[in-house]
Design a protein around this ligand. Structure first.
Ligand SMILES: *[C@@H]1O[C@H](CO)[C@@H](O)[C@H](O)[C@H]1NC(C)=O
Ligand SMILES: *[C@@H]1O[C@H](CO)[C@@H](O)[C@H](O)[C@H]1NC(C)=O
Length: 278
């Protein structure tokens, strides 16, 4: 009797372990912003290291959030948390994965899963960083895939530090400098990269003090973002297909006339949605 109970218990454990191993589509909780944007992730394809993030605005107003996450390997930290897009944003720009947007943020559109996601400038203390800006209307759900959750042949796992609200503060022209080797060719050596220094019109955002202290990860160590005070005389790029609130359209029309596009527009194919962490 005792023996069979133990046996049953062992069998149960085995089947639980098995079930768990097969449960690759269970959603894992990541975090919730103060405004109520809840983020989960799940595997889409473990062998390819592909996950899907789900953003769900359970709050009662539009919210813009950032995702601050890293990765663990064998249960130990591997990639320190940094804000999604801070690494490889120059590659994303030329891949057609991301684009700076000028003007107030408006809720993401579904097609943005297949086209460019908004990146913007996040001001942390006295520095600016480039980050993905996820803006969702109340009740809106937005999903995106991210690849690269493989390291030395094994899966690595997202480690969520936080999902934080950010506030739109205005739109300016910024000068961006970055290291092409680490921020672009490391991501995709076959694609052309933006000039190592370029000007761009972008929305910028503030965040509550202490939530994020930096978004520096080794590929972005050489990044510099600064306000371009000679904006009127400088060429810069505006976001095509821009996510522009109507209040800024007039301003944008004026700006459009000065625009000289320095950035190649890329056709987006579905595999380009896949982003690498490492
Ligand atoms: C989003 O959150 C709401 C409220 O908690 C919930 O009812 C809904 O099922 C969630 N949707 C998804 C896709 O997670
Ligand atoms: C940022 O720095 C402050 C002060 O040192 C600290 O209390 C806070 O936990 C840090 N935040 C993060 C996300 O590391």
């Amino acid at each position: 009797m005792k023996f069979s109970l133990v046996f049953v218990a062992v069998l149960l454990c085995l089947s639980l372990v098995r079930t768990q191993a097969k449960c690759t589509y269970i959603e894992e909780y990541c975090g919730t912003s103060a405004s109520g944007v809840v983020v989960h992730w799940k595997w889409v394809n473990e062998a390819e290291g592909l996950i899907e993030w789900t953003f769900n605005n359970t709050g009662s107003s539009d919210a813009s959030v950032i995702l601050n996450r890293g990765a663990t390997y064998n249960g130990a930290p591997l990639v320190p948390p940094y804000v999604f897009a801070a690494a490889y944003f120059p590659a994303y720009l030329y891949d057609g994965l991301a684009q700076y947007f000028y003007g107030k943020p408006v809720p993401l559109r579904n097609y943005q899963a297949d086209y460019d996601l908004p990146i913007g400038m996040l001001k942390v203390d006295d520095d600016f960083w480039t980050v993905f800006v996820f803006t969702l209307a109340p009740g809106q759900v937005f999903k995106m895939e991210e690849g690269g959750y493989i390291y030395e042949g094994s899966n690595i796992f997202p480690y969520c530090q936080n999902v934080d609200d950010i506030s739109y503060e205005g739109s300016e022209v910024f000068t961006v400098e970055y290291d092409a080797a680490t921020q672009c060719t490391e991501f995709d050596s076959t694609q052309p990269c933006p000039p190592k220094k370029f000007d761009v019109g972008s929305a910028w955002y503030s965040i509550k003090k202490g939530l994020v202290n930096s978004t520096n990860f080794w590929p972005s160590a050489g990044d510099k973002f600064y306000l371009n005070v000679c904006a009127e005389e400088m060429p810069y790029r505006k976001a095509e297909r821009a996510n522009i609130a109507s209040v800024d359209r007039q301003q944008l029309l004026v700006i459009n006339q000065q625009v000289r596009s320095a950035v190649r527009r890329a056709q987006v194919s579905s595999d380009k949605r896949v982003k690498r962490v490492l």
